[in-house]
Design a protein around this ligand. Structure first.
Ligand code: GLP
Length: 241
């Protein structure tokens, strides 16, 4: 694992965006695995800035997102499709027909997951997977469990995740209780993985992810077994290292 220490969130976002920029320049038709949550927002802002100022070109890029709440429409402001459109896709020259997010509206969860695995399989493989980190160590919505789930699956969100994500909803009752998420195998087969972690509230879990045992109770700990992981974290998130 390579660990980059950023001074603050702005520095973190710039460092992470630089890694994505390098990927897009090196391979213009790359496949980016993308993430939601507050951690990557600054990274997306930087990419938009460079697209506007420096012609960073996304016209041949495809993207595959990690997860989506089950039951939310794409135009629901809390859905991850809406998040990706408004925080990134609407502001760069990516072809939206090549941006993929699980179909939260598919009521048949087996079908939703199988369809998404086919998209991942047919893509030929993610070149660079961007990840945030949940307070309980989740990546995507792979919550702490007794084993590492392989492929896309429907997950019951952990109470701590519902609690952490309620800030985006009018009330906790409105937070969906389930989501479709890429599995750990789908994440681990990406050629490169980039994790962005910010804030003192992530310091304990980040320490476990990097230094603790590899266990499905801390899903992100499996990243220790990947050959090309870069973690970009700010001082606060690295304060327990
Ligand atoms: C959600 C997403 C994750 C994300 C996590 C952390 O649960 N499903 O992909 O990494 O939130 O979010 P934040 O960056 O806001 O702490």
């Amino acid at each position: 694992m390579k660990i980059y220490r950023a001074t603050d969130y702005k520095d973190l976002s710039c460092k992470a965006a630089n890694i994505i920029r390098a990927q897009v320049i090196m391979k213009p038709d790359c496949i980016l695995g993308l993430a939601t949550g507050s951690s990557p927002v600054g990274t997306y802002e930087k990419l938009i800035e460079w697209h506007e100022k420096d012609d960073l070109d996304f016209s041949k890029v495809s993207s595959i997102n990690l997860d989506e709440y089950r039951g939310l429409t794409p135009d629901n402001p809390q859905s991850y499709r809406y998040f990706m459109n408004t925080k990134l896709f609407d502001h760069i020259n990516i072809d939206k027909s090549r941006t993929f997010v699980p179909n939260g509206l598919e009521p048949d969860s087996d079908k939703a997951c199988k369809d998404y695995d086919e998209i991942i399989e047919n893509s030929g493989g993610v070149d660079l997977q961007l990840l945030g980190l949940g307070h309980n160590g989740h990546i995507g919505f792979n919550e702490p469990a007794d084993n590492f789930p392989c492929n896309t699956h429907c997950v019951d969100l952990a109470p701590s995740t519902i609690d952490a994500n309620k800030r985006f909803f009018a009330s906790e009752a409105e937070v969906p209780r389930q989501a479709y998420t890429m599995g750990i195998r789908s994440i681990m087969i990406a050629k490169k993985i980039l994790v962005v972690v910010s804030g003192e509230d992530k310091a304990s879990i980040l320490q476990k992810v990097i230094c603790g045992p590899v266990t499905p109770q801390v899903p992100a700990s499996i990243l220790q077994l990947h050959g090309d992981v870069t973690i970009v974290a700010d001082e606060a998130a690295l304060s327990k290292m």
